[in-house]
Design a protein around this ligand. Structure first.
Ligand code: ATP
Ligand code: AMO
Length: 432
């Protein structure tokens, strides 16, 4: 529509054509108001019944809520109007009529359960607070991309149909690839590593990962967005520095550019300040045990249970890293410390509520890498496409993967990770 004016841009004295959804009709008798909503806000349209063309009034006030309308009229200053301006219409056209019964109330006055909301995402995302989540999600991705560029990274795209998994066999989605078994990609792990050995050296990718998680939890998806980083000649400490910079930049971007959206969400939003504390795994289990929240004490080699993560998160109170994990519970591609084979360079970055990131320095020595496959019960031959590049000059390198939806969810205090995805995939949900 060439002559369309956004509601937020309608200035008194102008004649404009606005287009949007009927948010509300308030009929007070002699006077009635139609509130039109578009992506920039809302505007009041005034119908003075006795002074206006009958057909115009009938069309304007006879329309169902949430219908799409196009309104032409004069913009007037009006202190009693919610935005201090209103339109006195000269032409009203109903572009797309909505049915009178809606599956949910986009004005947000009546709550709907999450399942109804996800089944009707178009209507759900007409609500200011829901729209705000996705505008903020876009801003987070922008800020993250810009920070990666400042760090000297190239953006890459790696395949999502792959021959092997990397993060544990049970979470793979098998597919048929021209009669051969293949899988949906669980992580760009091996591909991003292959690229640090190329002329690109430092790379990032923002893309989907697929995990056949059997369980239904508020923080797992079957299709998630992974924000991945990998750099040649970095160790695990430098990788953690980059991780901290990217997460802080995401918060800063939102603080700077999304005030209206934060207002719509009505949340306490704080950019994390200071360095994220770096606790060793050993310190982490000692602190968890000291909280007394777990029935059984954790011992060296245990993975951290969800309640343990929660107890530690409350204790620490900010984003933090857990470093120096036992080698046996980190994947084959993570490098051990040179002076202690039991101890890995793997790290996790945590929000007080949950894990956001896993990463580490990688094993770049061919012989050690192949040994690692064997120790994890994996057939190194199946990974030949990957391991062979380690024979042709693979630099030391490190990196990490950050769960995009978990970042948004924890940043905005959302209860369920599904609220951070437009069309989530979970055990029960394959459409829309
Ligand atoms: P008129 O304004 O033509 O005399 P009326 O007599 O039907 O129409 P009013 O008594 O003026 O209506 O107003 C009815 C209600 O609507 C009042 O509460 C008034 O404050 C409110 N109102 C009137 N005009 C506006 C406006 N332009 N924007 C917001 N509220 C308005
Ligand atoms: P990991 O498996 O820990 O590590 O995944 C990294 C981060 O991705 C997010 N994440 C998920 N988010 C929602 N639903 C899921 N099912 C899900 N699975 C993972 C989490 C998690 O911290 N290759 C390594 C990364 C690396 O070492 O570079 C990896 O994939 O926020």
């Amino acid at each position: 529509m060439q002559n369309r004016t956004y509601t937020a841009d309608a200035e008194p004295g102008e004649t404009v054509t606005v287009a949007g959804w009927v948010h509300e009709i308030r009929d007070l008798g002699g006077i009635a108001f139609l509130i039109v909503r578009d992506t920039t806000g809302k505007i009041q349209v005034k119908f003075e019944k006795d002074d206006m063309d009958e057909e115009l009034v009938e069309t304007g006030l006879g329309v169902n809520r949430e219908s799409v309308v196009e309104i032409t009229g004069d913009v007037k200053e009006e202190p009693r109007a919610p935005t201090d301006v209103e339109i006195v219409p000269t032409d009203v056209a109903v572009i797309a009529e909505a049915e009178p019964e809606l599956p949910l109330d986009p004005s947000g006055k009546v709550d709907a359960d999450l399942s109804t909301r996800l089944d009707n995402r178009t209507l759900d995302a007409r609500k200011e607070d829901v729209e705000a989540v996705f505008k903020i999600r876009g801003e987070v991705l922008r800020a993250v991309r810009e920070t990666f560029r400042d760090l000297g990274c190239s953006e890459i795209n790696t395949p999502k149909i792959v021959a092997t998994g990397t993060e544990g066999g049970t979470e793979l989605f098998p597919i048929t690839y021209f009669g051969e078994e293949a899988f949906m990609n669980q992580s760009p792990q091996l591909f991003k590593q292959l690229m640090v050995g190329s002329g690109l050296e430092r790379v990032f990718e923002i893309g989907p990962i697929f995990r056949a998680e059997e369980h239904n939890t508020p923080r797992h998806l079957n299709e998630a967005t992974s924000i991945d980083f990998e750099s040649a000649f970095y160790d695990h400490n430098e990788a953690m520095d980059a991780c901290e910079a990217v997460v802080k930049a995401a918060y800063e971007g939102v603080a700077e550019n999304c005030q209206d959206e934060l207002d719509a969400l009505d949340i306490d939003f704080e950019v994390p300040e200071g360095d994220f504390p770096r606790l060793t795994y050993e310190e982490a289990i000692e602190r968890i045990n000291a909280t007394g929240e777990l029935d059984e004490m954790l011992v060296w080699g245990d993975d951290l249970p969800t309640e343990g993560e929660k107890a530690l998160g409350e204790d620490v109170g900010t984003h933090y890293f857990i470093t120096d994990w036992p080698s046996e519970i980190k994947p084959f591609y993570i490098k051990d410390h040179d002076d202690d084979e039991e101890l890995s360079t793997g790290f996790d970055m945590m929000h007080p509520r949950m894990e956001l990131v896993s990463g580490g320095q990688r094993e770049h020595r061919y012989d050690r890498l192949v040994e690692g496959f064997e120790q994890q019960g994996l057939d190194p031959e199946a990974f030949d496409y990957y391991t062979k590049m380690f024979k042709y000059g693979m630099p030391p390198h490190a990196g990490w993967g950050l769960g995009g939806e978990r970042l948004i969810m924890t940043m905005l205090g959302l209860d369920n990770i599904r609220e951070a995805v437009l069309f989530p995939r979970d055990r029960q949900r394959l459409s829309p």
